[in-house]
Write a protein that binds this ligand. Structure first.
Ligand code: CTP
Length: 409
């Protein structure tokens, strides 16, 4: 998500992780945001205002009474101009002061005055972080609508290992993207499947396909950004789990079927982007199969269709999205699958199209809807395509006319 035209106020308080705030400021500036930095006096012990000024090309505020523009009061101007405020790192002291309404410096007065969303990224010693007083203060702030970017677990500057590390700058960027995304899927439960399945031949071999899971992971990531509670049932892929998403790792189509059928009844939206293997060996050998010098025949049996199983257990109000990766007669097969699988939407992937295949970072898809509408989307990064698909789901959610849908086969 580009941040051109957005003003982000970055608050820095006095913890050793303050040096990472400079990396965050740099990442935000590179994305096009105007970054206004406000530092506490203690923060300047760890990183200099000049560092932040150089990285952001903007003036840095420290002293509450440093009023540079007579026409505006600095802390109110900062508070009003902000599209978002991020405090990273947030010390126990700063958290306590804001939680109790204390405004005794530039940062805390600005925080009390702003109506923009605020992200607090705590960083401190693990025992400080776990202290019930700190947790209670964070609870007060959460209840007041502040977002808390939970610190990570790892080695801490104090020598301890535990929860208290400032969220890494790239994770902060994802968290910020989430905060800035309109919550179109608030209170919705979304189930996404992704990746290939593996069908065991023997302990060292399997049947699979070229799916990398990129599209499914992008859908899960975007659904989380849009405010949904997301479960991602994933086949084996080399990918980091998206932030905020509950992960369920499976290997075979049968495992995926069980995981999906268990969760589908509680889901408002089910998106089946996984490339499920159609066949599995009749029996996986218990030990490695040795070569014999003769022709080898592998007997396969068809896997059960997961979408058909979902159809039997889904909530009547839920929205069901399937994918089709096709190489020929794409329009014919898209319509056939939409109908036969009883879907609300089918996302067609023409595998042979430039920039639209397995593993590409971009995609070009066509959406087929149960009411007969067909909508081609432009070539775009998979994350953008995911956002567009979800936007079309949101628009139709709860409006699907079940009577018009084909009957289960
Ligand atoms: N699908 C499924 N269970 C299967 C096979 C596919 O739920 N056993 C889902 C996929 O996740 C996808 C949709 O069905 O959402 C279409 O998958 P695709 O492999 O294109 O279709 P198939 O039904 O397998 O048809 P074919 O392989 O003959 O094209």
């Amino acid at each position: 998500m580009e941040m051109d035209g957005k003003t982000i106020v970055l608050g820095i308080t006095g913890g050793v992780a303050a040096y990472k705030a400079a990396m965050l400021a740099s990442a935000l500036s590179k994305r096009g945001a105007r970054v206004q930095t406000v530092m506490t006096k203690h923060a300047t012990q760890f990183v200099t205002p000049l560092t932040l000024q150089s990285v952001t090309r903007q003036p840095v505020f420290v002293d509450m009474f440093d009023e540079r523009d007579p026409s505006r009061i600095a802390h109110i101007a900062l508070a009003d101009d902000a599209d978002l405020v991020v405090v990273a790192p947030a010390t126990a002291d700063a958290i306590a002061r804001v939680a109790h309404g204390i405004g005794d410096d530039m940062l805390t007065t600005m925080l009390l005055a702003t109506r923009a969303p605020v992200v607090l990224a705590p960083a401190m010693n693990v025992h400080m972080y776990e202290n019930p007083i700190v947790q209670r203060n964070l609870g007060i702030l959460r209840d007041a609508g502040f977002y808390v970017a939970e610190p990570g677990i790892g080695p801490l500057a104090c020598g301890y290992t535990g929860r208290g590390r400032l969220m890494e700058p790239d994770e902060m960027m994802e968290f910020i993207d989430m905060v800035l995304t309109p919550k179109r899927l608030a209170n919705r439960t979304v189930l996404v499947t992704a990746g290939p399945t593996r069908e065991r031949i023997d302990p060292v071999r399997y049947l699979s396909n070229d799916s990398t899971g990129t599209m499914g992971y992008a859908l899960a990531q975007m659904a989380w950004r849009m405010g949904a509670m997301v479960t991602l049932v994933t086949g084996p892929v080399a990918k980091e789990p998206p932030m905020g998403v509950e992960m369920v790792s499976v290997e075979s189509a049968q495992e995926m079927l069980r995981a999906v059928v268990e969760r589908a009844p509680d889901s408002d939206i089910v998106i089946k982007s996984a490339a499920v293997a159609d066949y599995r060996p009749v029996q996986a050998a218990a030990v490695k199969i040795k070569k014999t010098g003769r022709q080898f025949h592998l007997a396969l049996t068809q896997n059960e269709d997961i979408l058909q199983a979902v159809r039997a257990v889904r909530k009547p109000s839920s929205y069901l999205v399937g994918f089709a990766a096709e190489t020929h007669d794409v329009d014919y097969y898209a319509r056939k699958k939409l109908q036969e699988k009883g879907l609300d939407m089918l996302v067609l992937n023409d595998v042979f199209e430039e920039g639209a295949g397995f593993g590409d970072t971009t995609n070009r898809v066509t959406l087929y809807f149960a009411d007969g509408a067909v909508l081609p989307l432009g070539l775009a990064p998979k994350l953008t395509v995911a956002g567009d698909i979800l936007e079309h789901v949101v628009r139709r959610l709860g409006t699907a006319d079940r009577a018009a849908l084909p009957r289960p086969l």
